[in-house]
Design a protein around this ligand. Structure first.
Ligand code: PBE
Length: 268
């Protein structure tokens, strides 16, 4: 046929991110489950390297498949689409949840309440992420968002009093979404008097740190599908404060100019 063999052009490689990411595990599962992906490989790197590769491919109008997620600034920056996933490997809509360590409610009740009340919309996190991707440092981008959204922030801190330098440690993974959310929440806690440390970790280590009480909490749990295996391992030992964002999604993402709509359309 006259069809382009995208697989050959991409050397049968999917551009992944960090090895611990749920979307990488999902993509490896897709390679196993889809006949159309037989012989393909998910190449892991970092979220930053993935974004660079995506930008370069788009500059050259070349095909690329990345392990993608939203909210993410890449959807504002480029014309992209999720490949349909008829087997449902990547699940449906996801939420991002907040998890804290056991005992936090008693030991740092104001922080617990703020983390419990922390909730925002995809447009909020995207505006922080977009600024960061355009070169603003994350502290400044977070401070700007907080300034411009004092009503929302007031809902998160409602009913809490300021504290005197109590230490709080938030764990996160250096994904664009989590860099943004963790910095914003961290600054809100700081403004409330907390001495906040943000600790970047590998995904599994982030979960175990909260489960074992080494970190006080995290706002980076993608459920029900993306972090299902971490939730199964650590869910009983953490306190789930529920969603901080609705309308998240993960999957295989391609530039819109690629003539492929479904994972099934690829060729091995
Ligand atoms: N992500 C962003 C993560 C969750 C947050 C989709 C890269 C993951 O795949 O585990």
């Amino acid at each position: 046929s006259g069809e382009v063999n995208y697989g050959e052009e991409m050397d049968y490689k999917i551009t992944g991110i960090e090895p611990g990411a749920g979307v990488v595990a999902g993509s490896e599962q897709a390679v196993e489950d889809y006949d159309s992906l037989e012989g393909w490989e998910v190449v892991t790197s970092s979220s930053g390297a993935m974004a660079t590769a995506l930008g370069q491919a788009i500059d050259n109008e070349e095909p690329i498949i990345v392990t993608g997620w939203s909210p993410h600034w890449k959807f504002q920056e480029y014309d992209l689409k999720y490949l349909e996933d008829p087997e449902g490997v990547f699940g449906e809509a996801e939420t991002i949840n907040t998890m804290v360590r056991q005992g936090l409610e008693e030991e740092a009740p104001e922080a617990y309440t703020i983390l419990d009340q922390f909730q925002w919309e995809p447009e909020d996190i995207e505006s922080v992420m977009l600024e960061v991707s355009n070169g603003t440092d994350v502290e400044e981008a977070s401070a700007t968002w907080i300034d411009e959204n004092s009503d929302k922030v007031a809902e998160w801190t409602e009913g809490t009093e300021t504290v005197d330098n109590t230490e709080i440690e938030l764990a996160y993974v250096e994904w664009d979404t989590e860099i943004a959310s963790t910095n914003v929440v961290g600054q809100v806690l700081e403004a409330q008097g907390y001495d906040v440390t943000l600790t970047p970790l590998d995904n599994a280590v982030m979960w175990s740190a909260v489960a074992e009480g080494q970190a006080d909490g995290m706002v980076a749990a993608w459920l029900p599908n993306t972090h299902a295996s971490q939730f199964e391992s650590y869910g009983d030992d953490v306190v789930d404060l529920g969603e901080n964002l609705e309308g998240a999604k993960v999957g295989l993402v391609v530039p819109s100019y690629m003539e492929v709509d479904s994972i099934d359309d690829l060729t091995s």
